[in-house]
Design a protein around this ligand. Structure first.
Ligand code: 5GP
Length: 180
């Protein structure tokens, strides 16, 4: 089983670290999640996410097409089962970048996976990142900070912790854990 699950609080930079993994480590396969949230500027359907509407998401849930799925800040997110199972069968190291509730579902379904928690250098740094991203309205940022506080407490559930002090270094340390 060469599956690694990367989780961590909102705004810690999971997406940025995963983008660095894609650039620096093409040997790693990164799952593309399905979401009902709208694309942010610069995001392309099928690259960062598969963007679908709520009805399509519900249909996929009903058909059992997700390994895990969860709501986050008012939108649904899920990991498609088929591509993941196919890649795992080939022995390629696979990476999921998901929030905490989804990570717990994967732990129940696939207990042999590795679980890595990405943390900010400090909580102040996390607040600063969430506030300056500039892509979400204040009430969305507030909701994400509330959730981040709860999520930070979950660190002890994970096998490894990676500090996101510098993106490239964090990506390299994550991949070192994956292929260890
Ligand atoms: P964002 O909207 O900022 O891209 O992602 C919001 C949160 O959803 C992040 O914590 C991200 O890790 C998480 N996420 C992305 N894809 C999935 C998924 O397939 N399942 C779950 N449970 N969470 C996801």
């Amino acid at each position: 089983m060469r599956l690694t699950v990367l989780s961590g609080p909102s705004g810690v930079g999971k997406g940025t670290v995963v983008a660095a993994v894609r650039r620096r480590h093409p040997e790693v396969w990164v799952s593309v999640s399905v979401t009902t949230r709208a694309p942010r500027p610069g995001e392309t359907d099928g690259v960062e996410y598969h963007f679908v509407d709520a009805e399509e998401f519900a249909r996929m849930v009903k058909l059992g097409e997700f390994v895990e799925h969860a709501m986050f800040a008012g939108h649904a997110y899920g990991t498609p089962r088929r591509p993941l199972v196919e890649r795992l069968a080939t022995g390629v190291p696979c990476l999921l970048e998901i929030e905490l509730l989804g990570a717990r579902q994967v732990r129940s379904a696939m207990p042999d996976a590795r679980f890595v928690f990405l943390v900010p250098p400090t909580f102040d740094e996390l607040t600063r990142r969430l506030t300056t991203r500039g892509t979400e309205p204040p009430e969305v940022i507030a909701r994400r900070l509330d959730r981040a506080r709860i999520e930070l407490a979950a660190e002890t559930e994970f096998d490894h912790v990676v500090v996101n002090d510098e993106v490239g270094g964090a990506a390299d340390r994550l991949v070192a854990l994956m292929i260890d």
